[in-house]
Ligand binder design. Structure first.
Ligand SMILES: Cc1ncc(COP(=O)(O)O)c(C=O)c1O
Length: 394
């Protein structure tokens, strides 16, 4: 199988289109709204914590399934930010080397051939990919605008409910920017209980909310009976490269994860976990990061709305997800979002990510590079200027 696949994947196509556009217009500036990671470094306090810890001999060795200080900090963080006060730091929380490997390990714990994982689409595909590698099947739950980009659990056929072992959720959601509601999470708990399904809620962006409080699945009554939530320091604390996350919730699920994890890796470097403790104890960092993305997203959605896009502030994340136009007035038609995204790179040197999974949309990320506030404004002005000539039809 490996290496024999002929299909060129979306992200490779984007890279090729970027290279071609830059070759055609040498020296021109590419405005990159395509990246899915913070454009800035971790905050100085976190960096200093690592510098301090890295010199201590007691931090040098294998960390195995993690140090208790980090688990304690994760428990404190859940209580302080999300009002989740019922997590036992000894048995109901474990770290991960980022949330990606945590998601990759879940099918190893639960999926046997013929089992089903329910995945929301569009979305982050890792748990689905690994489900297939274990002989399981993926049933997609489309996220549609008319449902507030929440999956319609009632629409699932009986066979899929019966065979489903895992339900993957991700709120606030990449790429749609949608947030969950307490009522939705309560429905998920009921659904999981009735159908004997384990819920894995990916909270990678949970700290980045605009206009409403961050919401944890674990804050809903009964959630701990049916699932877990994964929190990452990558986006909330500008720490993507550091590789640090934690998973919290159901004790038996956490024990299963601990068992599999122990056979995959030997834990994140203890000095990084201790810097992570500093971060989790300084949630003001996430507030500053959120303020920056909010400023950028407001400006970006303003530009897009003026052009006729149905662009609104997202509930959370750093993404704007907008329906693609049908075409340019009197000119080109776009068959799908991939074509529109390619058009924006080629014609305007603006990079985005297309999604054609449930309707055709493109995603603009507020993580574009800038050299400070004045330069940020310059990039936003340049975006406006390049887009302003476009006569789009929706
Ligand atoms: C929805 C979602 N989950 C998980 C991740 C991975 O994050 P981490 O850096 O914690 O592995 C990403 C990264 O883009 C993401 O978008």
């Amino acid at each position: 199988m490996f290496g024999k696949e002929q299909k060129i994947y979306k992200f490779e196509k984007i890279k090729r289109a970027k290279r071609a556009a830059l070759t055609a217009q040498p020296g021109a500036e590419l405005i990159d709204f395509g990246v899915g990671e913070p454009d800035e470094m971790a905050f100085p306090g976190v960096v200093q914590a690592l510098q301090h810890e890295v010199e201590k001999p007691e931090n040098r060795g294998y960390a195995d399934n993690g140090i208790q200080e980090f688990k304690d900090a994760a428990t404190r963080y859940l209580r302080r930010i999300y009002g989740v006060g019922n997590i036992n730091p000894e048995t109901e929380v474990l770290h991960g080397i980022g949330s990606k490997p945590v998601l990759a390990m879940f099918p190893a714990i639960f999926i046997n051939p013929g089992d089903v994982t329910l995945m929301t689409v569009p979305g982050y595909p890792i748990m689905g990919t690994h489900t297939r590698w274990y002989g399981g099947e993926v049933v997609n739950l489309p996220l549609r605008e008319e449902n507030g980009f929440l999956p319609d659990l009632d629409s699932l056929p009986a066979d899929a409910r019966k065979r489903a072992k895992l339900l993957y959720l991700n709120y606030p959601n990449n790429p749609t920017g949608a947030g969950a509601t307490e009522a939705f999470f309560e429905k998920v708990v009921k659904f999981a209980r009735e159908n004997n399904i384990i819920v894995v809620q990916d909270a990678a962006y949970a700290a980045l909310m605009y206009g409403s409080r961050p919401l944890s699945f674990l804050s809903v009554p009964g959630a701990k009976d049916v699932g877990v939530e994964i929190h990452s320091l990558s986006k909330a604390f500008n720490m993507t490269g550091w590789r640090l996350a934690f998973v919290a919730g159901n004790e038996r699920v956490i024990a299963g994860y601990g068992n599999v994890k122990d056979n995959y890796d030997s834990g994140q470097f203890k000095a990084i976990q201790k810097a992570g403790v500093y971060a989790l104890d300084h949630p003001g960092i996430s507030d500053e990061i959120t303020a920056k993305y909010e400023r950028r997203l407001r400006a970006m959605s303003g530009v897009l709305a003026e052009l006729g896009f149905n662009a609104k502030m997202p509930a959370g994340t750093f993404y704007l997800y907008v329906k693609m136009p049908k075409g340019v007035k009197g000119g080109r038609r776009f068959a799908n979002a991939e074509e529109f995204s390619e058009f924006l790179i080629t014609e305007k040197l603006i990079s985005t990510v297309p999604w054609d999974d449930a309707g055709s949309y493109i995603r603009f990320s507020a993580t574009f590079e800038s050299k400070g506030r004045a330069d940020e404004q310059r990039v936003l002005d340049e975006f406006k200027k390049r887009m302003s000539g476009l006569q789009l039809e929706f």
